[in-house]
Design a protein around this ligand. Sequence first.
Ligand SMILES: [Zn+2]
Length: 247
Amino acid sequence: MYIDSHSHLFDVRNLSNSDLKDIDAVIVLSYSKATISSALDFCKSNSKYYCALGIYPGFANEYTDEIEKFIISNRANICAIGEIGLDESYEIPYDRQLEALHRQLDLAEKLSLPVSIHLRTKRDFETFFNILTNYKNIKGALHCFNGDLIDCQQALELGFYISFACNITYKGRVKLREIAKIVPDDKLLIETDSPSMLPASFARKGENVPANTHFVAETIANIRGCSIDKIAKITRDNAIKLFNLKV
Ligand SMILES: [Zn+2]
């Protein structure tokens, strides 16, 4: 029924069948040097898992020639480059983050793969959109979208998909829900970013899991005034198209 378009599922402890309830596919992304192997190995365990490899801005120092060669050698086993991006709130120097991002965008272009992008601050969004003007052929998704309406419109103009995570269920995220109303059907994705970011209905401490994609779909269906089934279908179709999945 659902495709969870962004998860770090290898980090979930005690994963059970119910954690994948109604889930047809999960995009499982690395974020560091260590998790590149974890993500690849983990994805061999279930045909619903589709691997993406990349180095996240918080670990930008770990992006090396060796990592790049390793990703290239695994081209046949991956559906995207990610999680990559920019995050001004991290201590790691912005120059270093930019270098890792540029190299991984080059790699995505070279390997004809889409990208899953993490951006947090206004500067991150503006910088990324500027960079993207040099990459006409790159397709991708802004994962766990948390920008404003202008950021969303710019991303859509650049052909990017907008992926909403469980923070859209939080009471205070009124503006985010307003933005989710205007994303065209053919650019909408849903995700959990599991194991982090539990939906609002899970006040207890714990780990997020792909089955919670349902709460994102339910919230978006409510604000767009359509059925949950419709949101499941359009986001499933979009994920299949963007990540070239054989679901
Ligand atoms: Zn993530």
